[in-house]
Ligand binder design. Structure first.
Ligand SMILES: Nc1ncnc2c1ncn2[C@@H]1O[C@H](COP(=O)(O)OP(=O)(O)OP(=O)(O)O)[C@@H](O)[C@H]1O
Ligand SMILES: [Mg+2]
Length: 404
C-alpha cells in the first residue's frame, strides 16, 4: 500500500484500542481518538485491561497501553506480545523518563513510547505516525533486508564461536553496523557466555512458533550488548528436547533481517541440513577448521553442501590455531579443499584466555595477530567507508532481483 493511500481522516479503516491507567489520560486519548478513529475502544485499567481485552478480541491495528508508574514498563508491555498481531502497532505511555528505555522500546518494535504527562498534540502525532507505520509495513518491499553471514565449525571446538562472536562484535563496534549474533546451538552454545550476557529465554518458543515471530515477540528473546550489537541465544535445559524445524529458523532470520543490517549466525554443523534455507540466504559462509585430517575432510563436505545450496554466497575456509601441532600443513589443507582459505588464525591461548572475562578479543588483545586476523575477515565482508554510505540507501532485496 502506498503512503498516499493512508487516510488519516475519519473512518480510515484503522482500528484503535487504548487502555489508560487513569481517568485523565483516558479522557485525553478519547478526545484525540474521536477525531481520527471514531469507533475506538478507550478504557481505563491499563495493562490488566489490555490483557483481558486481547484475550477476548482480535488485536487492533493500533494499541495504546498506559503502563502508569510501572518501574519496568517494557517487561510489562512484552507480556502482551503473544496476543498481538504481527501488524499491530503499539504506542506505550509511562512515567519513566529515560532515553535508554526509550531506545529499548523502539528496538522491541514499539512504535512510540510517550512519557506522561502527555498533551493532545504529542499523542495525536504519535498515533498518526504509528498508523502510518502500520500501513507502510503492509508493503514488505519497503523494508530493506540485512545480510546473513553463517559460521560453521568443521569439527567440534574448531573455533567457530570464536570467529562468529568476535567477527560480529568487530562488525558492529568497529564498522558501525547494526548486527545481531544468533547462536543456533540452543543447549551448548557459548556465544552469550563468551560475551558475558545472559540469554533472555524464549528463543526456542520463537523457533517453534514461526507464525508468532514478529518484532515485539522476538524482542523478548534478544539481548542488547551495545546499541549496535544484540545477541540471540539460549541455554536450554540439556534434559529437554531442543529441536526445532526449518520453518522456525527461516522465519526468525527473515524477521531479524528486517531490523538488523547483518545477521551473523553461529551454526552447529550437525544442523546444516535443517538450516538449508538459512544457507541459501547467506551472502557469506565461513567454515572454520583446525589443521587435522578430519577437519579437512569435513570442511570439504560442508563446503560442497553449501555450494550446492547457494552458488552466489562467498564460501571461505578459516584455518584456526595455526602454529599448534597439526597433522597437515596449512598449504596442504588449502590444496585439499574446494574453497579458498580466507584467513589463517594463529594459535593464541593467551589472547583467548584474556577474553574469558566476557570481553571480545578486540578489547583484550586489540593489536594481537589473532584479533587482526579476525578483523581482516570482517574487512573483507563489511562495506568500506565509501560503500558504507551507499548502504544507507535502501538496498534491493535478493528476491526482487530474482524477480527482475
Ligand atoms: N586461535 C585460537 N587460539 C587459542 N585458542 C583458541 C583459538 N580459537 C579457539 N580457541 C579456543 O578453543 C576452544 C573452542 O573454541 P570455540 O568455542 O570457538 O570452538 P567451536 O567450534 O565454536 O566449538 P563447539 O564445537 O563447542 O561449538 C575455546 O576454548 C577457544 O577459546
Ligand atoms: Mg561453538
Amino acid at each position: 500500500m502506498s503512503v498516499a493511500a493512508l487516510d488519516t481522516r475519519r473512518d480510515s479503516g484503522v482500528s484503535l484500542a487504548a487502555f489508560a491507567a487513569d481517568a485523565e489520560t483516558a479522557g485525553l486519548i478519547d478526545r484525540v481518538a474521536s477525531f481520527h478513529w471514531p469507533g475506538a475502544t478507550v478504557l481505563e485499567g491499563g495493562l490488566g485491561a489490555a490483557a483481558t481485552y486481547l484475550g477476548q478480541t482480535r488485536a487492533p491495528d493500533l494499541l495504546v497501553v498506559d503502563l502508569g508508574d510501572s518501574p519496568e514498563p517494557l517487561e510489562e508491555l512484552l507480556t502482551l506480545a503473544d496476543s498481538c498481531e504481527p501488524t499491530t502497532q503499539v504506542v506505550a505511555l509511562g512515567t519513566v523518563n529515560d532515553l535508554g528505555l526509550y531506545k529499548q522500546f523502539v528496538a522491541a518494535g514499539v512504535a512510540d513510547y510517550l512519557v506522561k504527562p502527555v498533551n493532545a498534540d504529542e499523542l495525536e502525532t504519535a498515533l498518526l505516525a504509528a498508523a502510518f507505520r502500520e500501513h507502510q509495513q503492509d508493503d514488505p518491499a519497503d523494508v530493506p533486508l540485512g545480510k546473513v553471514i553463517v559460521t560453521i565449525g568443521a569439527r567440534g571446538g574448531a573455533g567457530a564461536t570464536t570467529v562468529a562472536t568476535n567477527g560480529a562484535w568487530t562488525l558492529a563496534e568497529e564498522f558501525g553496523q547494526k548486527v545481531v549474533l544468533v547462536d543456533l546451538d540452543l543447549q551448548f552454545g557459548s556465544t552469550a557466555l563468551s560475551l558475558d550476557v545472559v540469554p533472555a529465554g524464549g528463543m526456542i518458543e520463537t523457533l517453534r512458533n514461526p507464525d508468532r515471530v514478529d518484532g515485539l515477540f522476538m524482542a523478548s528473546a534478544l539481548v542488547p550488548k551495545t546499541p549496535n550489537f544484540s545477541i540471540l541465544a539460549a541455554e536450554e535445559d540439556i534434559g529437554r528436547d531442543a529441536s526445532f524445524n526449518a520453518a522456525g529458523a527461516d522465519r526468525l532470520v527473515a524477521e531479524l533481517r528486517r531490523s538488523f543490517g547483518w545477521v551473523w549466525v553461529d551454526l552447529p554443523r550437525a544442523l546444516c541440513h535443517l538450516n538449508a534455507g538459512l544457507l541459501t540466504e547467506a551472502s557469506h559462509v565461513q567454515i572454520v577448521s583446525d589443521l587435522s585430517l578430519v577437519g579437512m575432510r569435513d570442511t570439504m563436505r560442508i563446503a560442497n553442501f553449501c555450494d550446492g545450496l547457494n552458488r552466489e554466497a562467498e564460501i571461505g575456509v578459516v584455518l584456526n590455531r595455526i602454529g599448534k601441532a597439526g597433522a597437515i600443513s596449512a598449504a596442504q589443507f588449502a590444496k585439499g579443499v574446494p574453497k579458498p582459505v580466507i584467513a589463517r588464525l594463529p594459535d593464541d591461548p593467551k589472547a583467548v584466555n584474556a577474553a574469558t572475562s566476557g570481553k571480545p578479543l578486540a578489547e583484550v588483545a586489540g593489536r594481537g595477530k589473532l584479533t587482526r586476523a579476525v578483523r581482516q575477515i570482517v574487512e573483507d565482508i563489511a562495506p568500506h567507508p565509501e560503500k558504507r554510505r551507499a548502504l544507507l540507501l535502501p538496498f534491493r532485496r535478493r528476491d526482487e532481483e530474482d524477480d527482475g
